[in-house]
Design a binder for this molecule. Structure first.
Ligand code: SF4
Length: 216
């Protein structure tokens, strides 16, 4: 099967599973989106939502966070893990937005990556959600799913993103992104993927070959 046909079959199937493709993180402004995505590193969206439900009621602008003491923010996000670095980066990034971007979130993944604590994946995810930029933020779920199915054949998220972007530009959108994340989170899980109920068995490299190299 041609790569494009394989991609079409995959994304048609994902659409049938997840009609309403949207992130499970809660936020109501572009800036809140960036903070929520930064907080979600190595943590579940559910936990992040519990924390931001309280946090964003008190603080939700670059100015609010720039004025916070690091220890204050650390206390509020302690339960999310990596709280020291997350707090430090959020305060630094808020100051950068105020000083370098007139208080507005920069409008491209490339610019977002200049902010503290914002790596390529985070920048792509935010830019895709907020600005509809045609980029793919490859997280651990997307990395696993794409390489298991065989849509890409890479050993790092960054290389996976590059190959995917080049081969499947039609799927560089947030619907495709969310569907891949949800599929990896609930179906094609790291341990015990639900292959027996998956309609991609016939095209899935991992399923067909039991290739341990793509069991990520
Ligand atoms: S067949 Fe299994 S490994 Fe392949 S995409 Fe489906 S759930 Fe994932």
């Amino acid at each position: 099967m041609q790569a494009n046909q394989k991609a079409e079959k995959t994304f048609n199937y994902l659409e049938s599973l997840f009609k309403e493709a949207k992130t499970e993180l809660n936020f109501s402004t572009p800036f809140e989106t960036l903070v929520a995505v930064i907080l979600s590193a190595q943590c579940t969206d559910k936990r992040v939502n519990e924390v931001t439900a309280v946090l964003f009621k008190k603080y939700n602008t670059p100015k609010d966070f720039a004025n916070l003491k690091q220890e204050e923010l650390e206390k509020m996000i302690y339960s999310l893990g990596f709280y020291h670095n997350k707090a430090k980066n959020i305060i630094k990034m808020s100051n950068q937005i105020l000083n370098d971007y007139n208080g507005e979130l920069p409008k491209s993944s490339t610019e977002l990556q200049k902010l503290a604590g914002v790596g390529r994946k985070t920048a792509n995810v935010v830019s895709s959600i907020i600005f509809d930029e045609n980029v793919m933020g490859v997280d651990t779920h997307i990395f696993r799913v794409l390489n298991r199915i065989g849509l890409t054949c890479q050993n790092t998220p960054e290389k996976t993103e590059k190959e995917f972007s080049k081969k499947y530009p039609n799927y560089l959108n947030h619907d495709a992104h969310y569907r891949l994340v949800l599929f990896g989170r609930y179906h094609c899980t790291a341990r015990n993927p639900k292959c027996n109920e998956c309609e991609l068995c016939s095209i899935c490299k991992f399923y067909k070959k039991g290739d341990k190299n793509v069991y990520r």
